[in-house]
Design a protein around this ligand. Structure first.
Ligand code: SIN
Length: 544
């Protein structure tokens, strides 16, 4: 099916954009602000504009600004956390650019915490110096507030809410394949909308919703990775899923995150009986990198059958809690948690994917016209484990680089969409097959991933999970509405994206026969030099 084959069912068209941005978090908004001089920038987001992973970020953004710090130390910490897989050149560039990008955030009006006039620097796991800029423990919310205000003040940028990108528009022209924008679903009216643009930035965040327990909002369904994969763009290192050690128990959806900065300020993990959890596990104790702490908690819960471990915040005290961690204080109180009595019950939860859509050092993917920045991208910075608070930093650096390149080189021509368009435009959303059935399949998928491709993996469980995911994809194919001439609704599209990304994560995990960073396989518990390389998956572009 092609666009030309469906004249009556032609989707509605937004006016052509100079730049299309998919996602309204820090990566998308900073890119929009920087590329506005190029013309009309359209930012699309599947919910309202503030619903992004960025908005949920609690900790902060890392930058070597302290007097006892410099980019070299930040680089060392980043590479150590990355377990031998970070690209050292990329990492050096990111930490060196960090302070400049932070100054831009300040210029856009972000109010980072200060001590007097001086920016306050916090501590998190894996860092050898205080270098986390924060806004209490609601940093993401503050960044999102400031960036949305800056975007609102720029008439060249239009933010379109409730427009869910279903697929990339990919054209086959005389010069090869190129991205020409995206086909999106207006979730309010059910109409399909084409947003054509010579440049598209994927800034759609991660895929935490793949897992039964996650700190990510319900929108984090791996849409960008799945769309890029369907368009034939390589993805890499998806096995490196970061589980945050301290989500509030019992976990809600999304789980309430207790920022790592609490441990940076003296909170400690202990068992329900009061034994220090990390004693004898790692000399850095509760502030060891996240992979080590999350695994220690997981093993402890398996061994003992305890439902949670305890985050003891008594060393911080009520006054500092109120001043520095108002979000944690309020969130715990609202849920009846006695912070200074029993301590805070916590469990690990999926938090961040270190791999993603492969980009070059300026954010370009393998598909001309398609850029990627933020959690959706694999830039080479994080390697096998992301250092805390390096994710917002990566997003601003790569959005800046991608925007600078465009400003320097100018926009490419908009590729002509015609009979060769890879992605079909079926017209309108088809009736959702069966909402209850889709919801059930989504829950099954999340449990499957939690048990099969979670904190600790085994060959047998990975194999079983891969088989079950294939079965799920078959069931979904039978439910797909395209055969009846319609586009998928939100539930179907999200589930299909989650299932696709689940398959890709599992494939990456199965191919890494060692343990490194966030990927721990009990059947291959040691790191193996043969695997000091990225896991890159390459797909043939195909029609949906
Ligand atoms: C946190 O506040 O612990 C999360 C920060 C991050 O993911 O880097």
């Amino acid at each position: 099916m092609t666009l030309q084959a469906l004249p009556e069912a032609k989707p509605e068209s937004l006016d052509e954009a100079a730049v299309l941005v998919i996602g309204s978090g820090i990566a998308g908004l900073t890119f929009a602000l920087k590329t506005a001089p190029l013309g009309r920038v359209v930012v699309i987001t599947k919910k309202d504009r503030a619903t992004s992973n960025t908005n949920w970020a609690r900790g902060g953004i890392a930058a070597g600004l302290g007097e006892d710090d410099d980019p070299e130390l930040h680089l060392e910490d980043t590479l150590r956390a990355g377990g031998g897989l970070s690209n050292a050149t990329i990492a050096r560039g990111v930490v060196e650019e960090g302070p400049a990008r932070v100054r831009e955030l300040l210029d856009w009006g972000v109010r980072f915490r200060r001590e007097g006039e001086v920016l306050a620097l916090g501590m998190e796991g894996g860092h050898s110096r205080r270098r986390i800029l924060s806004a209490g423990d609601r940093t993401g919310r503050e960044i999102e507030r400031a960036l949305l205000a800056a975007v609102a003040a720029d008439p060249r940028i239009r933010v379109v809410e409730h427009l869910f990108a279903l697929d990339l528009l990919v054209c086959e022209g005389p010069d090869g394949r190129a991205c020409a924008g995206a086909l999106a679903l207006d979730t309010a009216s059910g109409a399909l909308v084409e947003v054509r643009a010579p440049v598209t930035l994927l800034a759609s965040g991660g895929c935490g919703q793949l897992y039964r327990y996650t700190t990510n909002p319900v929108v984090a369904t791996g849409d960008g990775i799945a769309m890029a994969w369907r368009a034939g763009v390589p993805v890499a290192n998806l096995e490196f899923i970061q589980f945050h050690p301290t989500a509030l128990w019992p976990a809600e959806d999304p789980a309430f995150l207790l920022t790592e900065a609490l441990r940076g300020e003296g909170a400690r993990l202990r068992t329900i009986e009061g034994r220090p959890l990390m004693e004898g596990v790692d000399p850095r104790g509760s502030l060891a990198p996240r992979d080590i702490v999350a695994r220690a908690i997981h093993e402890h819960l398996l061994e003992t059958g305890d439902p949670y471990v305890v985050l003891d915040v008594s060393a911080i005290g009520p006054e500092t809690m109120a001043e520095r961690f108002p979000g944690a204080l309020q969130g715990c109180r609202e849920r009846g948690v006695d912070l200074f009595g029993e301590g805070i019950p916590v469990v690990p939860a999926a938090h961040y994917i270190c791999g993603g859509v492969v980009t070059d050092p300026v954010g370009r993917t393998a598909l001309p016209g398609l850029l990627a920045s933020g959690e959706v991208a694999h830039t080479g910075l994080h390697g096998a484990n992301r250092l805390a608070s390096n994710s917002l930093l990566e997003a601003v650096v790569f959005s800046h680089r991608a925007a600078s390149l465009l400003l320097e080189e100018g926009l490419p021509e908009l590729p002509a969409l015609g009979a060769s368009a890879v992605v079909a435009a079926p017209g309108r959303e088809a009736p959702t097959p069966d909402r209850a059935r889709l919801a059930l399949e989504r829950e099954r998928l999340r449990t499957l991933m939690w048990e099969g491709v979670g904190i600790v993996r085994t060959d047998a469980r990975l194999e079983q999970t891969a088989a079950k995911l294939e079965e799920l994809l078959d069931r979904l194919a039978r439910l797909e509405p395209e055969a009846s001439g319609g586009a998928p609704g939100v539930e179907m599209a999200e589930l299909r994206n989650l299932a696709t990304v689940g398959c890709l994560v599992t494939a990456c995990a199965r191919s890494r026969l060692e343990s490194r960073g966030l990927h721990f396989n009990r059947d291959h518990p040691e790191a193996d030099d043969a695997f000091v390389r990225d896991t890159v998956l390459v797909a043939e572009a195909r029609r949906r």
